[in-house]
Design a protein. Structure first.
Length: 235
């Protein structure tokens, strides 16, 4: 189910508070103003924010695509656009390619690489050999190395492919979000919207500060799962 939050105007009635802060982000109690209508929609079973649903001609980047659930869903919406999906786990990637084929989608372009802060090779650690196992690039006592994977920066990829805009970027990389952002400085200048899952409060704070410095505003924050929404109004 989808919902719409009607919020217009320049915030003139709240001046001078809105001279520095967008009215939707002004604190009301413990949370910014926009939190309350989004929370109410969620309680009513509405799970999608329309502003973060891509148009038919959108360019969407799915970083951490796993087996393709998000990418395939967006590809069916983006009939005249393109989906670029990146998944380093070879087992998940195999299922991703199979799922794309079985859905007869020709606007998804899948890459078996990690998006990282620098071009390199990384050891991928996992709790198992299936596409849905927990994976990361940091050694843990409950994870085993399963593959050595190629890593590229998003900036290098965007430049090589001649990408001129990114309408929506989704990032879910199991704690490596900082590394993704460090290698995407120029790509973020071309990006309108970012949806990012975070795995700790410290990571959440870093991401918010990083993207704010790049001209993004936080447009929403879901706690289960922990997802941040960022919007850039001007590119």
């Amino acid at each position: 189910m989808k919902g719409i939050v009607l919020a217009g105007g320049t915030g003139s009635r709240l001046y001078p508070l809105t001279k520095v802060t967008n009215k939707h982000l002004l604190p009301v109690g413990k949370y910014p103003m926009i939190f309350y209508p989004i929370y109410t929609l969620k309680q009513a079973g509405i799970t999608e924010i329309p502003d973060f649903i891509p148009d038919e001609d959108a360019i969407v980047f799915d970083i951490g695509g796993n087996i393709g659930l998000y990418a395939i869903k967006q590809a069916k919406r983006v009939k005249n656009g393109k989906i670029f999906v990146f998944e380093p786990n070879p087992f998940a990637f195999k299922r991703l390619v199979k799922n794309i084929s079985e859905n007869h989608l020709h606007n998804i372009f899948a890459f078996n690489v990690a998006i990282y802060s620098k071009p390199c090779e990384l050891f991928l650690y996992s709790s198992g050999s299936t596409g849905t196992s927990r994976t990361c690039f940091t050694p843990c006592s409950d994870l085993s190395p399963i593959a050595r994977v190629k890593a590229v920066t998003l900036d290098d990829f965007v430049q090589r492919e001649g990408i001129e805009r990114i309408d929506l970027m989704k990032v879910d990389v199991e704690g490596s979000e900082i590394e993704v952002l460090k290698g995407a400085e120029k790509s973020l200048e071309l990006t309108k919207r970012v949806v990012m899952e975070y795995h700790s409060d410290a990571l959440k704070n870093y991401v918010q500060c990083f993207l704010k410095a790049k001209g993004f505003r936080c447009a929403g924050n879901r706690k289960a799962p922990r997802i941040l929404y960022f919007r850039r109004e001007k590119i």
